[in-house]
Each structure stands twice: as structure tokens, then as C-alpha cells.
Design a protein around this ligand. Structure first.
Ligand SMILES: [Zn+2]
Length: 271
């Protein structure tokens, strides 16, 4: 299997004695990008504000279907403004067929639609509803557990022969009960034991609109509002929700846009 580089060498986007903007990460669809600049600088990516910490750290991401270019507007502390067009590389996505799912999980019966919509809104609010000033993400992300990768980000999905929305996470297979660790420090924004599709679910807020999500858990060890350290056990692998076997579905996102977790994680550990 292709091994991805952790992060491309830092690229200096704007070089100035004061007010350099340095980006770390591949500029490609699905990518998590970290950077630093002079504190007090303001940034906006395609019109969306990018929070800069008091230390000058920031992060953003490109969605699965990001356009070929994105515009980063930099307003220096002096008030001077610069605009840079970033080239966003296209990626090819896999196709994944999953058969043998219970029909109600592929096309839910009408009486469940209200519940599913309510749960989707809860998840959206937990992941996109916070702009916490603490830059927890600065420490980087670690694998929440090690196991065989059974599903990757971005795949087109065909469930029981029917096309469905792409897969926005990373599936890591492990025995039920295996400990799941926080990929990065943060604040718990959602901890629900029984959602229809995702099963037991935790959402962590890593600051600046970045989140990570853990699904199909059999056990939750955290509560909403609590703080967790990187590597702290937050729950256990399970087979709750729409699954064919025990695994962790792991997502990261920026302001509600799912990103490829493998663009933020170290290379895949040996399993
Ligand atoms: Zn998954």
C-alpha cells in the first residue's frame, strides 16, 4: 500500500522580514494544513476566516472536492494586505463496495428519518459550532489505535449495490473493547452512546474549528465539556451503528469540512 509522507517540507508562502507565512502540509484535496505567521496577522481562505493564535499558529483544510485553486488573503498587523492563489492538487478516490448490510441501514425506513436528521444536526453542531482560541492542534495528531485499515477517506461508496455518499473517515479494524485514545488534546463536544448510523460517538474540539470524531464505540469514557490530553483513553472500539464488524471510524474536520486523517497523522504504524 502507498505510504504517504507525514507532511511536505514547510513551504514559505510569503517571505518578509516581518510577516512571513509558512505552510506545512500538502496542498491537495482533503489535506490538513498547518502554518505559522506573525502574531496579529489575519487570514482568510476563500472568504472563511482562519484563526491565528497568539503565538501565530493556524490551521485549515481542503475538502474532498476542493476546487483547483484557493485564495488566501493575508492582512498583516500593519494593515498591509496580500493575496495568494494556492494550487490545490486533485486526488483520485477509490471505490468501495459493501454488501450484506441490513437494508434498513442502507435505506432507512421513513419513521427513522426524523431521528437521523436530528442526530446529523447534533454532529454538525459539535464539529462546526466551535471556534475555540486554544491551539490544541499545534502538538499534531497521533493514531487513536493501531489496526488494519479497512476503509480510507474519500472513497465512493456502494452499499448493497446502491451508490451512497463518500466515506469521510478512516476505518481502523480492531477487536471490540480495544482502547481508543484521543488523537490530540481537546475539549469533548459530543459523547453519545447510541446514534443510528455512527453508534457510540465522541467529538473532540482541538481549537480553531478543528475536530476529531470517533464512531462505532462500545464504551465512552468522557463527558461533554471535559478536557482530554493527547493519548488519553476516551472509549473503546465497538460495532455499534452501521457496521459489518468492530472497528473505529475516525474523522478529522475543519469548520465542518471533513479532511483526510492520513494527511494529519504520522505514517501508518506497522500492524
Ligand atoms: Zn467508516
Amino acid at each position: 500500500m502507498r505510504r504517504r509522507a507525514l507532511l511536505a517540507a514547510p513551504a514559505v508562502l510569503i517571505a518578509r522580514a516581518a510577516g512571513a507565512v509558512v505552510l506545512e502540509g500538502r496542498l491537495e484535496q482533503g489535506a490538513f494544513v498547518r502554518g505559522r505567521t506573525e502574531p496579529g496577522t489575519r487570514l482568510a481562505l476563500d472568504g472563511t476566516p482562519v484563526r491565528v493564535s497568539r503565538d501565530g499558529l493556524f490551521a485549515f483544510g481542503f475538502g474532498r472536492d476542493a476546487k483547483e485553486t484557493a485564495r488566501l488573503v493575508v492582512t498583516h498587523p500593519s494593515g498591509a494586505r496580500e493575496s495568494r492563489l494556492l494550487a490545490v492538487a486533485r486526488r483520485a478516490w477509490l471505490e468501495q463496495r459493501i454488501d450484506g448490510l441490513p437494508p434498513a441501514q442502507v435505506t432507512p425506513p421513513p419513521e427513522l428519518l426524523e431521528r437521523i436528521a436530528r442526530e446529523r444536526e447534533m454532529l454538525r453542531a459539535a464539529r462546526a459550532g466551535y471556534d475555540t482560541p486554544e491551539a490544541f492542534f499545534a502538538e499534531g495528531f497521533l493514531w487513536p489505535l493501531t489496526g488494519r485499515i479497512t476503509g480510507v477517506f474519500g472513497s465512493r461508496r456502494i452499499l448493497n449495490g446502491e451508490p451512497r455518499q463518500p466515506h469521510f473517515g478512516l476505518d481502523i479494524a480492531a477487536a471490540a473493547g480495544t482502547a481508543v485514545a484521543a488523537a490530540c488534546a481537546g475539549i469533548v463536544r459530543l459523547a453519545e452512546a447510541d446514534l443510528f448510523f455512527p453508534g457510540g460517538t465522541i467529538v473532540l474540539d482541538h481549537g480553531h474549528g478543528l475536530s476529531s470524531t470517533y464512531m462505532h464505540l462500545s464504551r465512552l469514557d468522557v463527558r461533554v465539556g471535559g478536557r482530554v490530553a493527547q493519548g488519553e483513553v476516551i472509549g473503546a472500539v465497538g460495532a455499534t451503528g452501521r457496521v459489518t464488524g468492530p472497528h473505529l471510524h475516525f474523522e478529522i474536520g475543519w469548520r465542518g469540512t471533513p479532511l483526510d486523517p492520513e494527511t494529519a497523522l504520522p505514517p501508518r504504524p506497522e500492524t
